[in-house]
Design a protein around this ligand. Structure first.
Ligand code: COI
Length: 330
């Protein structure tokens, strides 16, 4: 049995190598993305492992079928960049890693919110200029806030626990409420109700066609004055232009964006010597009350180890037994 893994970073290599040795399975590690150009590298392998937020190549599953490749195992959770209809049509099973570390993402969301509430970016800038005064940058406390969690899957649940630990009032909205959380009485009946009541709105839902621009101009106009927005889910959930306008008219007091709608050619790239052409992101980057991070909420040692090992085990299970607990295509 032979596997090939794409987009492999140095921090993932030890986990791949240890697993390959232990399982006596050859795993080729490739640092490039899986795209139209590199697709042919998969020939001769039983399983393909990948991790990317950009789209996968057109015709990939048909190609896999012709090559006798048995499975695509992605090392992340989101499947929004995959054509699952094509996967089904070609009968190529796809596995993901649904719970590599919900806490990694939940903790990061809370970290960013706390920084916004205490205006740490402004203090960092002031201190760099040797301005050590306090006023007028007085902070706010999380326990005085109503936090609105949109999406109560594994990550949303982990976030709710942390926010409750800080003493915040938590309300939540999900199309499919969790029965256990429902009994705590934290769900509001509609998205509009959450937008109207929350001092903080934190997104923890997957990107589907129906949730594209969930937070658009109309949604921002329904929110409380001075709301904080946290997005560690998917960029496409927020209409960035509308967010920028809401920051400028002070409807939004601060935003932490770990994902951005046009992030693929920017995040996780070294653009120090290369300007990027995205005027909205350029404006967001210079707002003192906006924290932009390059899709790193997931990026912890625990999460990375789990992403690699769970994806490899799923690929092996599909190749050997034709099934896996982590199949996203049934
Ligand atoms: C995911 O797991 O879907 C993420 O957003 C992490 C990223 C590395 C793709």
């Amino acid at each position: 049995m032979k596997f090939i893994a794409f987009d492999v970073r140095d921090d993932e290599k030890p986990y791949f190598q240890a697993w390959a040795k232990q399982n006596k399975i050859e795993v080729t590690l490739d640092s490039g993305v899986l795209d139209e150009r590199t697709l042919k590298k998969t020939t001769g392998y039983d399983a393909v492992l990948a991790l990317q937020t950009r789209s996968y190549p057109e015709g990939m599953f048909e190609f896999f079928k012709k090559q006798g490749i048995k499975v695509l195992s992605i090392r992340n959770v989101g499947v929004d960049n995959l054509d699952l209809t094509a996967a089904k049509a070609s009968q190529i099973p796809v596995t993901n890693v649904p719970a590599y570390s919900p806490n990694a993402i939940a903790e990061f969301s809370v970290t960013q919110l706390l920084q916004l509430l205490r205006q740490t970016t402004i203090f960092r800038q002031k201190i760099a200029a040797h301005d050590f005064r306090w006023a007028p940058f007085i902070g706010e406390e999380l326990r005085s806030k109503t936090v609105g969690v949109i999406g109560t899957g594994r990550i949303g649940k982990a976030a709710i626990k942390i926010y409750q630990g800080f003493g915040a009032r938590v309300i939540a909205y999900d199309l499919y409420p969790d029965p256990k959380l429902k009994s705590q009485g934290i769900y509001v009946p509609t998205l509009a109700a959450l937008l109207q009541q929350a001092d903080v709105i934190t997104l923890h839902l997957p990107a589907t066609a129906q949730d594209c621009y969930l937070l658009d101009e109309k949604a921002f106009s329904q929110m409380k004055q001075g709301v904080y927005i946290i997005n560690t889910a998917r960029g496409i959930l927020i209409e960035s232009k509308a967010l920028l306008a809401a920051l400028k008219n002070h409807r939004v007091a601060g935003a932490a964006l770990d994902t951005y709608e046009n992030e693929n050619s920017i995040f996780n790239h070294d653009l120090r010597a290369q300007p990027f052409d995205d005027p909205i992101l350029a404006e967001l980057l210079v707002q003192p009350n906006v924290l932009i991070t390059p899709h790193i909420a997931f990026y912890t040692k625990t999460a990375v180890e789990n992403m690699v090992l769970i994806a490899l085990n799923s690929a092996k299970a599909v190749c050997q037994q034709g099934k896996s607990d982590n199949l996203v295509t049934k």
